[in-house]
Design a protein. Structure first.
Length: 302
């Protein structure tokens, strides 16, 4: 692993490598020199999104230089958290989504820049969703840059729009106690069941739970953490009967695409059975929705 020192010179940010291991990985061929990419970052850093945020500068510098150095395989949440954000060695990315939050901010800042001041720049730098590896584009090549108006990514599978999920905390009629425990257990079981599906990306439940109370806008939270749909709902309890409402919501449109209500008598001996039943039916419905999406023709570059 490499360790870095951030240097600031007349508003520019550079990263000096203090120590590195000879770890290499295969990445997209880079047609640009390191000097040309550093000059491009200097242009980007003059934009207001970056002049007002040292974190975004450090984040972009780190992923760009790690990618160029052939260590793209080391660009994980933990590495970024400890090298860029100053998090301690016991940082747990499954419980803390801070890296994904800043990655979302960085992608939006780059998008705003290239749709504005950087529209005519000679190099486009992008951090594709789902990873933290930098890619570099020549905007002179039509439909190559992700910020080109005619660009449509053709490598995404036809069911990709419904292959990134998060489980939002269920609203409980009683906070704390057995009802809250049942709801949290159901959410964890749903998360585990979803993660077992083929080509399914699932955001850790604890990470979502810690952020959901501060940011309840599904569109913003989904864009920040990288999921397109959520499973959520509510749990009510009265006189040994439990009612569970389950919803699947599309984050970009706030559209509720599935809803189901379960009413069961609950005891200390059948709580797991009820959770398993709800999980099985919900996963079955998600598979049906994905199957329908697979029939949609794939998009390609125009």
């Amino acid at each position: 692993m490499a360790h870095y020192m951030i240097n600031h010179t007349q508003g520019a940010v550079t990263i000096q490598t203090l120590f590195m291991e000879p770890i290499k990985t295969t990445v997209q061929p880079n047609p640009f020199t390191l000097d040309a990419i550093d000059q491009q970052m200097d242009r980007i850093f003059l934009d207001s999104h970056f002049t007002e945020s040292e974190i975004l500068k450090k984040f972009l510098c780190f992923v760009v230089h790690e990618t160029i150095a052939g260590r793209a395989n080391c660009l994980k949440e933990y590495t970024i958290a400890t090298n860029v954000l100053g998090k301690p060695s016991n940082f747990n990315p499954q419980e803390n989504g801070i890296v994904r939050i800043h990655a979302g901010r960085l992608r939006r800042a780059l998008s705003d820049y290239y749709h504005g001041k950087g529209a005519d720049d000679p190099i486009v730098i992008d951090i594709p969703k789902g990873k933290y590896v930098a890619v570099f584009f020549d905007p002179a090549q039509q439909n190559v840059s992700p910020y080109h108006p005619g660009y449509v990514e053709s490598t995404i599978s036809s069911d990709a729009e419904i292959s990134a999920f998060a489980i939002m905390p269920f609203i409980c009629s009683r906070t704390g106690g057995p009802v809250q425990s049942f709801a949290d257990g159901l959410c964890l079981q749903l998360c585990s069941s979803l993660a077992s599906l083929h080509n399914m990306n699932v955001t850790a439940y604890h990470a979502v739970k810690s952020l959901a109370s501060n940011d309840c806008d599904l569109k913003h939270l989904g864009a920040t953490m990288g999921f397109s749909h959520v499973v959520t709902g509510g749990v009510q309890y009265s006189n040994d009967k439990i009612r569970v409402n389950v919803h699947i919501i599309e984050c970009s449109s706030y559209k509720q695409i599935y809803s189901e209500t379960y009413e069961r008598r609950i005891s200390s001996t059948n709580a797991f059975d009820i959770q398993d039943e709800i999980c099985m039916q919900t996963i079955k419905k998600i598979e049906e929705l994905r199957s329908k999406r697979r029939n949609i023709p794939m998009l390609s570059a125009i």
